[in-house]
Ligand binder design. Structure first.
Ligand SMILES: C[S@@+](CC[C@H](N)C(=O)[O-])C[C@H]1O[C@@H](n2cnc3c(N)ncnc32)[C@H](O)[C@@H]1O
Length: 251
């Protein structure tokens, strides 16, 4: 009798345990969209061919262009494809401006801008020390005095608070693997009337021959900047294939 009681009790406990396990299992988030509470603005899924599998505000973040691709950034066809001088003209720089070229790569834009800010400077920020070494070698060869390299991390660009007139990101923002943290830090580094400029291949146009994750729609950029409190000022559509989006700090 005693023995039968014991086994009934054990069976009951076992059923309860299985029930709890099933219940808890059912409450778990699907592995396809797992988020951690410390990092809830991002979702991790299986990566697509050119992405890192990390999603932010509905878009997958692109893989970083490695330093072995540095030659591609200096390709002669870039003059025709991107019209760098038209972009620089659109920036409307003052000679005293301090410009942070964030995701500077080989310094393609840093060196083209430096002569326009003779009383200011260009801070060439990148996360790849190899890219910064290339910039430093070009800087010495060209004897440019007002380009400084800054090693950033994936979450902060290592810029002093309130020190920047213009934060420029050309073909770089879509690769930031912590875009929320980066943009919050960049906003802090801006002077009160400082501007943020993002240049991205137009995601709205499927005919532009750039991988989809390396393009962005204007709508996507604007909502991601609004999420960190940056106000859209204007978009210039003077380049053949890229948007130039201007933002400022909220008044
Ligand atoms: C496609 S390249 C563009 C380089 C340059 N802006 C140009 O137009 O020639 C993107 C660069 O962004 C850098 N990058 C990626 N994530 C970054 C981050 N969180 N902070 C700074 N640079 C970053 C990469 O190392 C790479 O050099």
């Amino acid at each position: 009798m005693n023995h039968r009681w014991q086994s009934r009790w054990l069976n009951g406990a076992l059923i309860l345990l299985i029930g709890f396990t099933v219940l808890l299992g059912g409450c778990q988030t699907s592995p396809a969209t797992t988020t951690t509470s410390a990092d809830a603005v991002y979702q991790q899924r299986s990566p697509s061919r050119d992405g890192i599998g990390k999603f932010y505000m509905g878009r997958e973040i692109a893989q970083v262009m490695g330093h072995l691709g540095a030659g591609w950034l200096e390709r002669p066809s870039r003059e025709r494809e991107e019209k760098p001088q038209a972009l620089i003209k659109a920036l409307d720089l003052k000679p005293t401006d301090v410009v942070a070229d964030i995701g500077a790569g080989t310094g393609y834009f840093s060196f083209r801008i430096s002569s326009l800010v003779p009383q200011g400077k260009v801070l060439a920020v990148d996360v790849q020390p190899e890219m910064l070494a290339i910039i430093e070698a070009i800087r010495q060869e060209k004897k440019v005095g007002n380009v400084e390299t800054v090693l950033g991390s994936t979450t902060i660009p290592n810029l002093k608070a309130g020190s920047i007139d213009l934060a420029l990101m050309v073909d770089a923002y879509h690769e930031f693997d912590h875009p929320r943290e980066m943009m919050q830090a960049i906003a802090q580094a801006l002077k009160p009337d400082g501007r943020v400029v993002l240049v991205e291949y137009r995601g709205e146009n499927p005919l532009i021959p750039i991988k989809p994750l390396h393009k962005m729609t204007q709508r996507q950029v604007r909502s991601e900047m609004a999420a960190v409190g940056l106000t859209w000022l204007e978009t210039k559509e003077t380049l053949p294939q890229q948007h130039i989006l201007f933002f400022g700090k909220q008044a």
